[in-house]
Design a protein around this ligand. Structure first.
Ligand SMILES: [Zn+2]
Length: 165
């Protein structure tokens, strides 16, 4: 069974997610409210878009686009991990290099915001950036490849732009 998030919706069309307050709404009204403060922003633990009722998925996407990419505080110390015979970690300048990249402090993994937002409606599906995150720091060229060569990513970026127009 799909898990919906009733606190995010006051849409009369989605009876399964109505709030008590919606009983006072006029039947012709369709008010969709996404409370930004209730959205989990850490990409390692935020619920997938597909877990929201389809009627509010675009509102949730818009909210995430307004909030922007998840970045740790400036003084956050990115943890080292030993990969091969070298210590590696997430590089802060990837936020500048890749305008789509998200970072999860809780998982120490990189994610892709546009892919997270649109993977469930992209005809190309998605890749590990969305569901599993990326932590293979020694092969960081894969980050560049994701941004330029992934059909799924390019499709998701286009849909992100379209939603903000
Ligand atoms: Zn992507």
């Amino acid at each position: 069974m799909k898990k919906f998030f009733p606190v995010l919706s006051r849409d009369k069309a989605t009876s399964s997610v109505n709030l008590e307050a919606s009983e006072t709404q006029h039947p012709s009204e369709s008010i969709k409210v996404v409370d930004y403060e209730l959205l989990e922003t850490d990409p390692g633990i935020r619920p997938p878009i597909s877990s929201y009722h389809p009627d509010i998925q675009n509102e949730v996407r818009k909210a995430y686009l307004k909030i922007g990419r998840h970045k740790p505080p400036y003084n956050f110390v990115y943890p080292w991990s030993v990969q091969g015979n070298q210590r590696r970690r997430f590089c802060k300048n990837w936020f500048d290099l890749y305008d789509w990249i998200d970072y999860s402090e809780s998982k120490d993994l990189a994610f892709c915001l546009p892919c997270f937002l649109f993977k469930n409606v992209s005809k190309y599906g998605g890749d590990y950036f969305v569901t599993e995150g990326f932590g293979d720091w020694k092969n960081s060229h894969r980050l560049a490849n994701h941004g330029t060569s992934s059909n799924s990513h390019i499709d998701c970026v286009h849909m992100s732009y379209a939603l903000t127009l």
